[in-house]
Design a protein around this ligand. Structure first.
Ligand code: NAG
Ligand code: NAG
Ligand code: NAG
Ligand code: NAG
Ligand code: NAG
Ligand code: NAG
Ligand code: NAG
Length: 579
């Protein structure tokens, strides 16, 4: 959130950006002798705020270790789930049911195993971070084409959630990280006569297995190692353009067709949009530009806590006037800070910024770990009471994009102040995605819209203009059939989700084959995959946290003036409206 910076003190950025910080906490903590464990994500709360427990956590360092860990779990018929070093999913992927389950952490499966320069491939263990992978490939002049902006994700985590980059250029491969995986080794349970666990090699010899396992939500077993197709290092040229959003509907497709690495940040209440004009250029062009996203830098913890308390105060007062005033400066401020770009790693001397792909694709300054007693941290680090947000992220098919953007514009016309708060989380992030072969990967050419917005620490406290956000969520997911991002979103986003995938039945068949005892599934994955159980609840205030679509007033907050009403433009929507 850029709330205070937006008050106009540009130099705050310089004061508060530092080159070290407190590394994120291990998401798993255990009691005596490593028993009685609790797992959380880095934000300190899953989408339903469940406290997830497990009886034990294992930290295998090799594939052999992993085989033994899975064998022990299988022999005991224990539920098992994988947790990563960072745990950045808002969804409950890292949770194991009940209290006697087994967590398997990939924290120490963090080695790069080999790099084949001729074949242009890299083989890594599944706990290797995106940052490590990019770095190790770059050391030998190779590059991973597509990845998310945030590099504090692991290889196994990116695959299990379908994490992706942004491009419509289908010539050079897909958009998601998992589209570049050419072989993976997975440890699954096995019958007693095979020692209760086994290694499966999934590769191009059998595409149905590989494509099923590319995006698996962790329900097949544990990914042990992955081989990724790289290419020769190349350069990119980036220019940002900040303009009015009046012709966004006409521009949005053209922008995607024109650039190989396009991106859009949209500030709908402000009527502004920022185009990232980003393309591949010849290696001969000089430039050593780099990117260290302002959004992912370590910030002073007191400053972050102060920003948050200011935001909470304005929300409580329903002071939309003030929020809009503060929000107005954010796009210009970020533009001035170049979002973290520099021409030579230090200074900025003008667009375009040209540099190696590996230095421009992803970043995550706040991961840089020198313990400083929490003086600085990632903005969302749950230990410092900083940012706390919901994230609604879905991909809609290209033929609906223009209509969807027009819908949002219509909502803004109805209440111009409704979406101001998005600015504090850098607006709506729009990315371009291609269909994938993965059974649970993106199904069509489309665009992903990401909305990050205020979440109260109190689950029963409504948000200002929450009707607008809920309507946008339901328009995207149900009117246009948007595909929810598996690692983000609130529970409502997954209602009927598997019906949107043509290969969902094949996926489930493969799941049955890989894990016949159903040990790697949880109640949450069962509900998401349509295997039974409820994704939503019928409790007081459930709609406030996306744990239901309201159908009764009590699902909202009648005592605070929020009632369940139809949407303003999408009449099928049911949203908590302040009357
Ligand atoms: C496990 O931990 C929880 C909370 O940390 C505690 O309430 C509970 O008593 C512990 N259980 C055992 C068996 O130690
Ligand atoms: C793997 O993780 C451990 C523990 O976090 C760390 O000490 C080690 O340096 C990491 N190894 C690599 C290659 O990054
Ligand atoms: C960019 O990549 C090339 C090829 O690997 C390498 O020779 C060069 O040193 C890199 N430039 C920078 C600034 O790292
Ligand atoms: C796939 O893996 C199997 C088992 O390791 C191996 O025999 C086969 O050659 C691999 N196929 C390809 C295309 O890499
Ligand atoms: C691919 O794997 C599936 C599942 O293990 C199996 O049913 C199928 O026969 C395999 N196909 C080939 C061509 O080996
Ligand atoms: C880049 O440089 C190489 C070798 O110096 C040359 O062969 C090539 O034609 C140049 N490419 C471009 C696009 O200028
Ligand atoms: C989900 O599917 C069920 C059964 O087809 C249907 O009744 C329900 O309306 C759907 N929910 C949404 C939100 O689309």
């Amino acid at each position: 959130m850029m709330l205070l910076a937006a008050i106009g003190v540009l130099s705050l950025h310089l004061l508060f950006s530092v080159s070290y910080s407190s590394p994120p906490e291990n998401p798993v903590s255990c009691g005596f002798r490593g028993r009685n464990c609790t797992v959380l994500n880095s934000y300190g709360a899953f989408s339903d705020r469940a406290i997830c427990r497990a009886s034990v956590v294992a930290y295998p360092t090799t594939e052999d270790d992993l085989l033994q860990v899975v064998a022990a779990g299988t022999r005991a018929r224990q539920k098992m789930r994988v947790v990563t070093r960072f745990s950045h999913s808002t969804t409950k992927l890292a949770c194991v049911d009940g209290e006697d389950g087994r967590l398997i952490s990939t924290e120490l499966l963090n080695n790069t195993l080999s790099v084949d320069r001729d074949a242009m491939t890299i083989t890594v263990q599944s706990g290797v971070s995106l940052r490590q992978l990019i770095g190790d490939a770059a050391k030998v002049g190779l590059a991973l084409r597509m990845a998310p902006h945030w590099w504090g994700l692991t290889v196994g985590g990116m695959m299990s959630t379908g994490a992706h980059g942004s491009s419509w250029d289908g010539q050079s491969g897909g958009t998601a990280f998992h589209d570049y995986v050419i072989e993976m080794r997975m440890v699954t349970s096995a019958p007693p006569d095979q020692g209760y666990s086994m290694i499966r090699t999934l590769n191009r010899s059998n595409f149905s297995e590989l494509d099923a396992a590319r995006v698996s939500l962790g329900v097949f077993g544990v990914i042990s190692q992955v081989t990724v197709q790289l290419e020769l290092m190349f350069k990119r040229s980036i220019t940002y353009m900040n303009i009015k959003d009046s012709d966004l509907v006409e521009m949005v497709e053209k922008h995607g067709d024109r650039y190989e690495f396009p991106d859009i940040m949209w500030y709908p209440s402000q009527g502004e949009v920022v185009y990232r004009m980003d393309e591949r250029v010849s290696m001969n062009i000089s430039g050593s530009g780099s990117y260290d996203s302002v959004l992912f830098e370590a910030k002073d913890s007191k400053y972050l806590a102060f920003q948050r308390s200011k935001e909470e105060e304005l929300e409580l007062e329903r002071n939309s006037e003030e929020i809009c005033t503060l929000a107005r400066d954010v796009p210009a401020l970020l533009y001035t800070l170049l979002y973290g770009l520099s021409n030579d790693g230090v200074k900025y001397s003008g667009y375009p910024v040209i540099g190696n792909h590996s230095d421009l694709m992803s970043s995550g300054g706040c991961l840089d770990s020198k313990e400083d007693g929490l003086a600085t941290a990632c903005p969302w680090d749950s230990r410092i009471h900083g940012q706390f947000f919901h994230q609604t992220t879905f991909t809609i098919p290209i033929e609906s994009v223009k209509e969807f953007i027009s819908d949002i514009k219509t909502l803004v016309k109805i209440e111009p102040k409704a979406l101001c708060g998005l600015n504090f989380y850098n607006g709506v992030l729009i990315r371009y995605v291609q269909p994938s072969f993965a059974y649970l990967g993106i199904e069509f050419e489309g665009m992903e819209f990401e909305f990050t917005y205020y979440r109260s620490r109190d689950p029963l406290m409504p948000r200002m203009y929450e009707d607008f956000f809920e309507e946008i969520e339901q328009i995207g997911l149900f009117k246009y059939g948007g595909l929810p991002h598996w690692g983000k979103n609130r529970n409502v986003a997954f209602i009927n989700a598997t019906e949107k995938y043509k290969d969902a039945a094949l996926f489930l068949k493969m799941k049955q084959m890989f894990d016949p005892l159903h040990l790697f599934s949880s109640k949450w994955t069962d509900a998401v995959l349509g295997l039974g159980g409820d994704l939503t609840v019928d409790t007081e205030g459930c709609a406030l946290e996306g744990l239901c679509i309201c159908s009764k007033d009590v699902h909202c907050s009648p005592i605070r003036g929020y009632f369940c009403r139809p949407g303003k433009i999408y009449k099928a929507a049911r949203v908590c409206t302040h009357l």
